[in-house]
Design a protein around this ligand. Structure first.
Ligand SMILES: Cc1cc2nc3c(=O)[nH]c(=O)nc-3n(C[C@H](O)[C@H](O)[C@H](O)COP(=O)(O)OP(=O)(O)OC[C@H]3O[C@@H](n4cnc5c(N)ncnc54)[C@H](O)[C@@H]3O)c2cc1C
Length: 392
């Protein structure tokens, strides 16, 4: 017998589980939710391989607001996601983000800082001297300023967040199955159902594309062009003799970013756009550490001159090559097809607010909390990018 659900979510990691959770938690939504996940081990998805960073320091106001909610959600995850008295802890380390700028980058840093302050983000702009005083471990040579987020910024355990949202979504009635969405059907401009890899079909009125870097592939099932695909990122783990576990997540003007991970550290760098091809393999390139990451680390933090790499891994950004911002909303001409894609390296922190946004669209036909109209697919169809400059 053909199954029937009101909402089918393709992908059950951070975005899919956040959407399922917020639908289930909304007293105004009384529909049924099916989450289809092709790999319930979550071993290779972006969520599990993420750094888990949360920051307000973006150039697009909507991103500031999305992440501020993410920080609030992470801080109070036990309240939001409690199941049978078990209150999850997603290990939010609120140690801040420190964005560093050279003379050339300073005007942009300052402009972003002003916009972030207008939105009541708790960030402060620091001169090199102030940074020297506050962060004695930092080499300020070549720096014109820094912006430090002293609240709502830091990092979480992304896998813990995923598991807690998933568990709560199931407790609220969502059904999760191990399968893959391989086809999507529409009739008269409306979603009518999906096909599964195991041969089954499911009737439904809403499909949410929460397939991470496979989001472009899922959209193509409806012949929709979505500029989202995988971009490989290496993460390097290293040891340092000095105890610098109190450091904020620091973003160097070279693009190299690092943060403590217990007594160790993790670091990475995104390549320039023209050297960043679509790529879904997991092959490691350790020369990136020797050639780019380590020289930048040693230059910025003298104590990092004597570090030892102890591990590494590869993950993939769910990269929106059009303008590096999330694509959220319903398709303008396929009623019932929702995008929750393309977060380009900042999706963990935005998953609670993005899931809430999709649940509002499904439940009310419009946004109730953060107005994300500008993040809609229309900007892609109209070729009007809304570029996010602060992609780390
Ligand atoms: C190295 C690295 C560091 C990062 N650091 C940060 C950070 O510091 N802060 C931050 O906010 N973000 C960060 N990110 C980005 C963040 O991890 C992602 O934006 C976020 O996890 C995306 O969540 P998602 O659920 O959309 O995608 P994913 O986690 O990739 O999940 C998609 C899921 O969909 C499933 N799926 C795909 N296709 C189908 C289908 N057809 N049918 C059924 N299931 C399907 C997949 O199996 C997968 O489980 C980082 C990412 C990486 C790789």
């Amino acid at each position: 017998m053909e199954q029937s659900y009101d909402v089918v979510i393709a992908g059950g990691a951070a975005m899919g589980s956040a959407t399922a959770y917020f639908l289930g938690a909304n007293p105004d939504f009384d529909g049924s939710v099916l989450v289809v996940e092709r790999d319930p081990t979550y071993e290779k998805c972006s969520t599990s391989l993420s750094f888990g960073g949360i920051r307000q320091q973006f150039s697009t106001p909507e991103n500031v607001l999305l992440s501020m909610f993410g920080a609030e959600f992470a801080r109070n995850a036990g309240d939001w996601l409690e199941v049978d008295g078990d209150r999850p802890d997603v290990s939010f380390r609120e140690q801040g983000y420190l964005f560093l700028a050279t003379e050339q980058g300073h005007p942009i840093l300052e402009e972003n800082y002003r916009m972030q302050r207008e939105l009541e983000a708790q960030v402060e702009l620091l001169s090199p001297e102030q940074m020297s005083e506050r962060f004695p471990w930092l080499n300020i040579e070549g720096l014109a300023s820094g912006c430090f987020g002293f609240r709502n910024e830091g990092w979480i355990d992304p896998y813990a967040l995923l598991q807690a949202m998933r568990r709560k979504a199931r407790a609220l009635g969502a059904t999760y199955i191990h399968d893959e969405v391989v086809g999507i059907a529409k009739s008269d401009g409306r979603i009518s159902g999906i096909e599964l890899r195991d041969g089954g079909t499911v009737r439904c009125g809403h499909v949410v594309n929460a397939a991470g870097w496979r989001g472009g592939k899922v959209a193509s099932m409806l012949d929709i062009d979505l500029p989202v695909g995988p971009r490989k990122r290496m993460a390097f783990v290293f040891d340092c003799r000095d105890d610098l576990s109190h450091l904020p997540l620091t973003v160097d003007p070279t693009g190299v970013a690092f943060r403590p991970e217990g007594r160790q550290f993790i670091a990475s760098v995104s390549p320039p756009e023209d050297q960043d091809p679509e790529c879904d393999d997991f092959e490691e390139d350790l020369s990136q550490f020797d050639d780019i990451v380590w020289p930048a680390l040693a230059n910025r933090i003298p104590a990092f001159e004597a570090i030892k790499m102890t591990g590494s891994w590869v993950g993939h950004y769910d990269y929106n090559s059009f303008d590096h911002n999330g694509i959220i909303g319903v398709h303008p001409s396929v009623d019932g097809f929702y995008f929750c894609n393309g977060f380009s390296g900042h999706g963990i922190q935005q998953s609670p607010a993005a899931g809430r946004a999709i649940s509002e669209l499904i439940s009310y036909g419009g946004y109730r909390s953060i107005d994300l109209t500008r993040f809609g697919y229309e900007r892609i169809a109209d070729n009007k990018p809304l570029k996010e400059a602060n992609v780390v």
